[in-house]
Design a protein around this ligand. Sequence first.
Ligand SMILES: Nc1ncnc2c1ncn2[C@@H]1O[C@H](COP(=O)(O)OP(=O)(O)OP(=O)(O)O)[C@@H](O)[C@H]1O
Length: 244
Amino acid sequence: MTSHVLLSISGLHKAFGGLIAVNQMQFDICEGEIIGLLGPNGSGKTTVINLISGALSPNDGKVVLDGKDITNLPAHKISHAGIARTFQLVRILPDLDCIENIEAGLAYRTKPLWGHDAHTAAYELLERIGLEKHAHTPAGDLTYIDQKRLELGRALALQPKLLLLDEWLAGLNPSELQDGITLVRKLKHEGLTIIMVEHVMDAIRSLCDRCVVMNAGAKIADGSPDAVLSDGEVIRAYLGDSHA
Ligand SMILES: Nc1ncnc2c1ncn2[C@@H]1O[C@H](COP(=O)(O)OP(=O)(O)OP(=O)(O)O)[C@@H](O)[C@H]1O
């Protein structure tokens, strides 16, 4: 792992009316790192992902990718700058087959691929995510884990420097979970930088280099998985005062 900072967020603030969803958030992520973004329900994690990916604009603060200020850029420009994401509720094109789903993603690259080139690249991507045998299966007929794989493939089609996974491992059964963890680990070994919002502790412990923990919109811990998961303030945030 290098120590080159790929993404830096600072002073990030987002309010919805009177509700402060994200309050002075700041953290850096270095190239090749996997960060777990943790916190109890409603603590602001998805809002941070939305602010980084351009789905929402912050009221204040900065998002810098690879030295370039991307704050307030529209989502498609942020995607072209090198950030791709998955969603809590899977977003795929259910009537198209897997290869067509990936081809649709390839059309959104900075340098879009079409025709034969797109077909070849889409098949290679399906191999990378373990879906090649379903190349011609309609996406809507896939199992849940395979739909998640496909959504991940659509994000990877954009050739991101930084991948944002919003509870990508949620809702998987134990064997699917192991497959999902193996795939994320493979992406890490390929050098991808990842921020994952996650509640699955096994996944956090086995994948994350570092965890940033939020509560009520603010950062309350930043450190190794073992350190933050045994931190009194983190335990209180998740379980209440009586457990810390
Ligand atoms: N578009 C919105 N309009 C109004 N309030 C919102 C909006 N999006 C999020 N919120 C509120 O902001 C707070 C943070 O929500 P967010 O979804 O970021 O939390 P989270 O940590 O991702 O939660 P979960 O783990 O349940 O997904 C919550 O109180 C939520 O109700």
